[in-house]
Design a protein around this ligand. Structure first.
Ligand code: PEP
Length: 274
């Protein structure tokens, strides 16, 4: 049974506005040399957009050398996955304790992890708690597939995924997580959700956080949209009231596109709908 944990220290008052967060998920692409070259190509340009928090999630082995590269910039690093134990006989896995030496964020529950590696909501909850314990900020990916959307199951699927991912997470920790709404039918397909549809679900996720915790926690949680985001459509998403950033796949592998996505996100800050 899901346990709501409303304990923990009271989170600080919500900020006047949530800082937009753009994260590039490079997936299983690029060698270490290629990764460093791509970071190098966009670093200076990205650093000009100080009002946007920008995170790059390269393959694990590029994280360590990338750390040196981004050291004096505002760019942060994230991992694409992790196991929930700190150490032990888990061949091939990587732990939060190892990751926190090299990055600030970790993507958990991406649909490709759920689909190809059989991760379920309970596994993701264990990972979320382990990440928080070791001071990593989880970017928790949730989303429905096309059949579920067509059967009007989106709200049920999303609220279950959010609720189980946050099982036994206290209010203080919950207020620091990032949730990425990534409808499966929009990932890598070139068929992004409309900004209205994405905002509707992001708003529903925020209401779910209010139900699980309270308004002040919900006001702090950043909710991203992900699925075929590109320089041409990012502004539509970023002007919506409840979309606080984007998780970007394909377009994050092209320096010019990723820089434009970050630039347009910053431009949208004064135009944000209430
Ligand atoms: C993703 O995989 O998280 C993603 C959003 O991919 P894309 O931007 O390529 O649709």
């Amino acid at each position: 049974m899901v346990q709501i944990n409303r304990g923990g220290n009271v989170p600080p008052p919500p900020p006047a506005r949530r800082v937009p967060l753009i994260a590039g998920n490079w997936k299983m692409n690029l060698t270490v040399d290629e990764s460093l070259a791509l970071i190098d190509e966009m670093l200076e340009d990205l650093d000009a957009y100080e009002e946007v928090e920008t995170v790059i999630c390269p393959p694990f082995i590029a994280l360590f050398p990338a750390m040196e590269l981004v050291e004096d910039s505002g760019i942060k690093l994230g991992a694409q996955n992790m196991f929930y134990k700190d150490s032990g006989a888990y061949t091939g896995e990587i732990s939060p304790l190892m990751l926190r030496e090299v990055c600030d964020y970790v993507i958990l529950g991406h649909s490709e992890r759920r689909l190809y590696f059989n991760e379920n909501d309970e596994d993701i909850n264990l990972k979320v708690k382990a990440a928080l314990k070791d001071d990593l900020t989880p970017i928790i990916a949730v989303g429905e597939n096309l059949a579920q959307r067509e059967d009007n199951l989106t709200a049920e699927i999303i609220s279950n995924q959010v609720e189980i991912a946050l099982n036994d997470v206290n209010a203080y920790d919950a207020s620091s997580v990032v949730i990425a709404y990534e409808p499966l039918w929009a990932i890598g397909t070139g068929q992004a959700a409309s900004a209205e549809t994405a905002n509707e679900v992001c708003k529903f996720i925020r209401q779910t956080i209010v139900r699980l915790y309270d308004q002040s926690v919900a006001d702090r949680v950043r909710i991203q949209y992900g699925g075929s985001v590109n320089p041409a459509n990012i502004s539509d998403f970023m002007c919506e009231s409840d979309i606080d950033g984007a998780l970007v796949g394909g377009a994050s592998l092209k320096a010019a596109d990723f820089v434009k996505i970050v630039a347009r996100t910053q431009e949208c800050i004064p135009r944000k709908k209430k």
